[in-house]
Design a protein around this ligand. Structure first.
Ligand SMILES: [Zn+2]
Length: 409
């Protein structure tokens, strides 16, 4: 097993506390010590962190590897399935190159590809973040994967059986997460963000089956009603939560020990800055921005754990831009840089339910060495040139040669 000793850096431990001077010793894939003048094995590779900040690898809570667009390659979204699988691997490598060592998937039209990718990344023969694999995004009437028309629940029979079968089928594939689109999405089909796509009976069926099978539920939920029902039926991760009213916010606050919210600002920003297709009124882009900019600060103030992740993977919002969410948490939601980083680190680790997101003894060695101080300026993390080191599961995915020193101090 290789070991690494990182010296001379200031450490941001991921909890939001101020940076401190110290050293970190990594043995194999674990952080084994954090402190001053650590005793390290003679063969430990020493990494010089002078002038830099050592911090946990970032966790993204809402990205779609399967949408296939990155800062290096734009997907048509109509590739053959074989190519789509390769795009998952491509996008995952791009995420890791940008300092994201964990990814809690937002859904994939081909869930088995995420199950396979999760294994490949964990075994270390393909570069990618730790992955929580997700199902396809179940929507009204359980039509086919990747089909988004959001007809709602009016004029169709409630069909809890199909929802139950969906959850079981996804659990059989081995996903960690089953995703349900409780509301529509106005950016895709105009005017549907506040239209319920599932009956209460169907949500209950999803919750019962998920509990039976030990999989987590994620809800795409823009409306207050959808948020309230998601909380009521034990959904673990709620995406958007855009139009939460006082009652929905109260429900989230009460459930704050078991629920995570991804307010997903990145995709809103992308629509606002899309010069080729500027937002139309039906997309409700401005209302969405204004409402989440009111709701998210309230959730933060009242102790609801928010995670970053802005629906990355679309051509206008490619993977590799994920760290933009940090800036939007600061600029739109009023968090301090350290608080925004806590969302991407400590809360992200809790979302993954793995020992990641903190620089602590016993935690997994997912670490970044950042040129400059991201607790002063989170935008440093938007440029991978500022990442002098990316360590993933104890392996050096990237290291600036100038930071390598001969063994021993
Ligand atoms: Zn999404």
């Amino acid at each position: 097993m290789s070991s690494h000793l990182i010296v001379g850096a200031r450490i941001f431990d991921g909890s939001g506390s101020p940076t401190v001077a110290g050293e970190v010793l990594v043995d194999g894939n674990r952080i084994v010590a954090v402190g001053d003048r650590l005793a390290a094995p003679a063969e430990a590779e020493v990494i010089d962190g002078a002038g830099a900040v050592l911090m946990p690898g970032l966790v993204d809570g809402h990205t779609h590897l399967g949408f296939g667009s990155s800062v290096e390659h734009t997907s048509t979204r109509f590739e053959p399935d074989e190519e789509k699988v390769l795009l998952v691997a491509h996008c995952a490598r791009v995420m890791l190159d940008h300092g994201f060592t964990s990814c809690y998937s937002g859904g994939n039209r081909m869930p088995a590809s995420e199950v396979a990718a999760r294994k490949a990344f964990a075994e270390g023969w393909l570069p990618g973040p730790r992955l929580r694999a997700a199902s396809w995004e179940g929507s009204a009437g359980m039509v086919s994967p990747g089909h988004y028309d959001f007809p709602g629940i009016e004029g169709r029979e409630s069909d809890p059986g199909s929802v139950r079968d969906f959850v079981h089928a996804m659990a059989d594939l081995g996903v960690d997460i089953v995703k349900v689109s409780l509301t529509g999405e106005s950016a895709v089909v105009g005017g549907t963000s506040r239209v319920m796509q599932f009956t209460e009976e169907e949500i209950e069926a999803a919750a019962t089956a998920a509990a039976e099978r030990g999989v987590w539920l994620t809800a795409h939920a823009h409306s207050a009603e959808a948020v309230r029902l998601a909380v009521q039926y034990g959904v673990r991760a709620i995406y958007h939560a855009t139009f939460s009213d006082d009652e929905a916010i109260e429900a989230l606050v009460e459930a704050r020990d078991r629920v995570f919210v991804a307010p997903t600002p990145g995709i809103i920003w992308a629509h606002l800055h899309d010069e080729e297709h500027p937002p139309t009124p039906e997309m409700e882009t401005y209302e969405t921005q204004a409402s989440i900019a009111r709701v998210a600060p309230e959730l933060h103030k009242r102790g609801v754990r928010m995670v970053i992740g802005g629906d990355y993977g679309f051509p206008i919002n490619p993977i590799g831009r994920n760290a933009r969410d940090l800036r939007l948490f600061v600029e739109w939601f009023g968090l301090t840089p350290a608080e925004a980083l806590r969302c991407a680190c400590e809360y992200g680790g809790q979302l993954m339910e793995q020992q990641v997101g903190l620089v602590r003894e016993g935690y997994l060695a997912d670490l970044l060495l950042v040129e400059g101080d991201p607790t002063e300026d989170v935008t440093l993390l938007e440029d991978p040139a500022n990442l002098a080191m990316i360590m993933s599961d104890g392996r050096l995915h990237k290291i600036d040669p100038a930071r390598r020193t001969a063994s021993g101090r």
